[in-house]
Structure formats: C-alpha cells, structure tokens
Design a binder for this molecule. Structure first.
Ligand SMILES: Nc1ncnc2c1ncn2[C@@H]1O[C@H](COP(=O)(O)OP(=O)(O)O)[C@@H](O)[C@H]1O
Ligand SMILES: [Mg+2]
Length: 359
C-alpha cells in the first residue's frame, strides 16, 4: 500500500465542513423493575474538533472508546446530551445539527452519509443490489424507472462492481463486494462528507487494501471529505491527513498524521503504536505493555482518564483532568497539534520509527 501524500488539505484557512464543540453523550444505566437510573455511561464526554473541507480525518481508539457514538451524534442517529455541531454544506448556509428541525436534518443526512463497519448486517438481504443502492434515490428524490436504473449502473461502475449483477441479492457477493455495495449506497446522493465506521475491519486482510484504495480514489475523484474511524493504526497511516486519538469518550490527541506518527504527545498514543503489526520480523517491536484493562466507561477515572494505565503518571494526573491544549511547542510539531496531557511538553515520547527500532 502506498502512503498517501500528507500535504493535501491541511492548508491554513481551509474552511471547516464540520465544527464540533463540547459534544457529549451520556447513556443512562437503568436497573430494577422501576428502571431507576443508577449511573451513566459517558460514551462521549466533551469532545471538540473540526473537519476541514477535502481532508480525511482519522479517528482512532480502542473498542468502546466512543468512536461510533461520535459518528452517530453527527447525524443525530442518537440525541446528544449536550454540545454543538455545525455542518457547512458547500451549497447552502451552515446548519446547526443539534437544533435542526426535520427538514434541516433531512438536508444534513443527505449530505453526510455513513459507510458501516459490517456490510453483512447493514445491507438488507431481501433487497436486490439495485434496490439497496437505488433506495436513497427513490426515497429522497422519487427517482424510478430507467433513470434510477442508469443511476444504479453508474454507481456500481464507480465502485468496481458489474452493473449486470444488479438483480442479484447481497448474499451472492463476497465480503469485499458487499462493502463496495455499501459504498455505492453511501455515494448515491452525492454526499459531501463520508463517515466511514471501520469499513474494512470485518473483511479478510487480503481485500482490506482493495477497499481502502477504492475509498482513496473516490475521495480524490469526488472531492469528498472523510471522517474515517478505525482501531487500526496502519489504516490510519494509509488513509488520513490528520488524526484524532480517542480514549474513554475523550479526544486525547489531535494533529497532522505526520506529527502524530513521528512525535506523539500523549502517552496513550505512544502505547497504541506498540500495537502496530510489525512489518519486519528482524526488527522486533519494542512493545509498551499497558497496565490493566481499559477502565469501565461507567467509571471513568477522575483526573486524567488515562492515569490508571499511564507509565508516566504523577500525582497531579489523579487530581486534575488535563485540557486538550497546543503541544507542538518543542519545534518538532506543527501548529494544531493538541494533546490532553499535563506533561505533553516535557515527555519525549516514541513515535512509530522509534518503536520499530530504526531510531
Ligand atoms: N445505545 C447505547 N446504550 C447504552 N450504551 C451504549 C449505547 N451505544 C454505545 N454505548 C456504550 O458507549 C460506549 C462507546 O461505544 P461506541 O461508541 O460503540 O465505541 P467504539 O465505536 O469506539 O467501539 C461503550 O461502552 C458502549 O457500550
Ligand atoms: Mg464502533
């Protein structure tokens, strides 16, 4: 897999497609026949970020860190507990997603489309591929007949499927082809922002690269902006311009992909790198073993949420939550490199190269 050129959409002043401020989702934990709320799962806990037009922003974190919930909040598939989300379509005024009424929400949902993790369960097995891909056009635009058929054929070609196969059902396709169907469906309404939720993690390793390369090609050709969720750092390296690292409902580090890989500023990011599959067995990975399991999201530790597993923790980390603040001040990073660590400027953390043993 070729690495993508990182200079793409990071230029200063590029307008943001999406601006997120203080976004929160707390799910109640209910017990007993009276369904009393006995606690809260802080799935997303005060998250702020922006997505720049034309970029691919990678969102990485362990399972359960809140990545899918962030995506669902952006299209209000779940109602936020708090916060603001502003979407700026290129063909209209900005939309306040959290306050949007039905009409405005409809406009948001046709411009922001999701590619799901598991094509197995996200495609209706009783619909032909023609129906699966054409449905958004039927429902939103009332398209039918030959026009619909032509549109479906065009979409199938775009994602590398044979239009002659449009009367087949999803089960007749391989996993990789099914994900191509999912991508075609997501593209049907000509979206501006694609939310890709671990789109290759349910696929065989051999076809993962094909789907990733398809997404890269489509992004370039259609000028899409992409928010790409994964727990796989090698996918992040291949696909993204910028990276946000999520831990227990919080963003702990955000920056240009280059900076994050060379010079991480949060101990959790450093630890994540030690989990990258090693490309060369003769250069063994110096693995950082994290102490303990990821804490329960219903009991996020006080202070820094990562302190229970952090090899560099100090007393202050148990007391005060560190804000996500600029951390590129050592001359190595670029502007816009943020980390939520009290010691971001003091620690000299290892990047991917160090951990692979080449530095
Ligand atoms: N509808 C829901 N009700 C209750 N808890 C939920 C719901 N959706 C997600 N969660 C919880 O929120 C946390 C974050 O989940 P999720 O966003 O799916 O994480 P990720 O995508 O990073 O694996 C998990 O602990 C999950 O169990
Ligand atoms: Mg998920």
């Amino acid at each position: 897999m070729a690495e993508r050129d990182g200079d793409g959409a990071s230029g200063a002043g590029a307008a943001d497609v999406l601006t997120v401020r203080g976004l929160k989702k707390h799910f109640p934990i209910k017990r007993g026949i009276l369904k009393h709320t006995v606690g809260w799962i802080r799935a997303v806990d005060d998250v702020s970020f922006q997505v720049r037009r034309g970029e691919t922003l990678g969102l990485v974190g362990e399972s359960g860190s809140g990545k899918t919930t962030v995506l669902r909040l952006l299209v209000r598939a779940v109602e936020p507990t708090g916060g603001h989300v502003v979407f700026r379509p290129h063909d209209g005024p900005p939309i306040d997603v959290v306050a949007a009424d039905r009409e405005a929400l409809k406009a948001v949902r046709r411009r922001i489309r999701v590619v799901f993790q598991d094509p197995e369960s996200s495609l209706n097995p009783r619909m032909t591929v023609r129906r699966v891909i054409g449905e958004p056009l039927m429902v939103n635009d009332g398209m039918k007949g030959d026009r619909l058929d032509d549109a479906v054929k065009r979409l199938m070609r775009m994602v590398g499927l044979k239009p002659e196969q449009r009367s087949r059902y999803p089960y007749a396709f391989s996993g990789g082809q099914r994900q191509r169907i999912g991508v075609a469906r997501a593209l049907a309404l000509d979206p501006q922002l694609l939310l890709a939720d671990e789109p290759t993690s349910a696929l065989d390793v051999s076809v993962q690269a094909q789907i990733l390369n398809l997404l890269l090609d489509l992004q370039r050709d259609l000028h899409l902006t992409v928010l790409f969720v994964t727990h796989d750092l090698s996918v992040i390296r291949h696909m993204t311009d910028r990276v946000a690292v999520m831990y227990l409902g919080n963003f702990v580090e955000v920056g240009e992909r280059r900076d994050i890989f060379r010079r991480p500023k949060h101990p959790y990011t450093e630890a994540l790198f030690s989990g990258i599959p090693q490309p060369n067995p003769h250069r063994p990975l110096k693995r950082i073993i994290l102490e303990g399991d990821i804490p329960d999201v219903a009991k996020v530790p006080a202070g820094c949420p990562f302190h229970t597993r952090c090899p560099y923790r100090q007393p202050v980390c148990e007391e005060e939550p560190p804000p996500l603040a600029p951390a590129g001040g050592d001359g190595h990073g670029s502007a816009g490199h943020l980390a939520a660590c009290h010691f971001a400027d003091e620690l000299r953390l290892k990047g991917e190269d160090d951990l692979l043993g080449s530095a």
